[in-house]
Design a protein around this ligand. Sequence first.
Ligand code: ADP
Ligand code: GLC
Length: 483
Amino acid sequence: MKILLASSEVHPFSKTGGLADMVAALGKTLARAGHEVRIVTPLYRGIGAKFPKIKRVDWQFNLPLGAKWEQGGLWSLKPEAGLEVLFVEHPAFFDRAGIYLENNLSYADNAERFIFFSKCVVNLARYSPWRPDVVHVHDWQVGLVPALMLQQHRAEGWENPPLSCLTIHNLAYQGIFPPAAFALTNLPGGYFTLTGAEYFGQLNCLKAGIIYAEVITTVSPRYAREITTEAMGCGLDDQLRLRRKSLFGILNGVDYEEWNTTENPFLATAYSATRLAGKRANKAALQKETSLPVKARVPVFATISRLAEQKGVDIQLGALQEMLSANIQFVLLGSGSPVFESGYRELMRRFPQKVAVRFGYDEGLSHRIEAGADFFVMPSQFEPCGLNQMYSLRYGTIPIVRATGGLDDSVIDFTQEAMQANGIKFQEYSVRALAKAMRKALVIYNEPALLRTFRQNAMKKDFSWERTVAEYLIAYKSTGKVG
Ligand code: ADP
Ligand code: GLC
């Protein structure tokens, strides 16, 4: 099959969260399964300099964006056989310090930027000599692609457009813009209705994807169920219920070439389920790197996260205040809301010997934290999939998670299956419930045989991408349109 993936982030070129990891791994694994894959993404600042093998393609976009016309270029990189990454160049839109925002303020022209990008995706799908069978778009930034494809099919002579598939990585981000932004799509008004892209008078890019994509997927089975409920449907549960037959919940995989403890350039000491001594060395190295007292017997709890409400920052700050009276250490790597940052800063001020926080984005440190910590805390309010709990499992770092979305689907609690338990789950979104889960962690930590069993169960758990890709192929084929 020929598959065109479109995403506003792709690792290692651009990343603010798990979307980048997911799309990169999906593309790579589809290609290795014998499919021809192209991933299209914007050419952000710095990509050209960091990847000198990138080449200009003989392709010029000249597309209407409302009343104006916008031009763009195209660049290409071929990371491996069967896989090509295409970068849409438009310096005024994408050569900026941030991807979506700067100084915690979203760019005022995000509608222009991503509607233009969506049009480039459609233009490539229709006119490049390489004709995809599937156009698979990710999140709101490219949510309008299926509608644009449909319109060209219905009214502009595109006879056999490819299958359109939308993956929802996070229903909380919908790309909602003032109604005037609809003009940028150049679609007829019929698309701006209750049963189209209109949402309480505004343009909703993700809603448009939900309505017009032929197949919809989201990144875990439980989240697929959750988003069809009023409580977790972020105002789009009606539409999602209408599309239930075309909605698939597919748990993300882990790219074990990147996320492993045996061949990892970021780690000083390799280790595995049968050679756990190396984990102790990584713990000491982490304590040293973060200026915490190097103490082998003090359990290290850690979190790596966007500091957003979704991630449960408020209950985490509350639970830590309570738990830091015990003999524990806590390491945070995060970036996001300044209010949340100051909460962690305050904890560090109160407990300088126990708390280390690092703000900003640091890939190497994220691996060293996964390797050096004993427990990984992820108390999310909701979590479509979540990748860090799966990375933690492979690193023998026991995840403490709230039982929601992909966290519930990927972690096994003692009460579910005693012999297979690899993490700790709690249900209620509260400081009390999280603190209780952390106390359970201390009990496990103080029983070395039990801790070893948890770690071994965790490290042997396999979330390979091959299984995930097989499920995507089933979803594509469910329409009968591709074989
Ligand atoms: P989300 O996409 O909602 O942020 P995920 O758990 O799916 O959550 O993915 C988060 C990804 O971003 C992981 O790969 C994680 O390691 C990475 N990450 C998050 N914050 C940071 C940070 N400050 N530095 C480095 N990596 C980070
Ligand atoms: C989103 C979700 C996260 C998921 C990631 C990759 O950012 O918040 O739960 O793991 O996408 O699919």
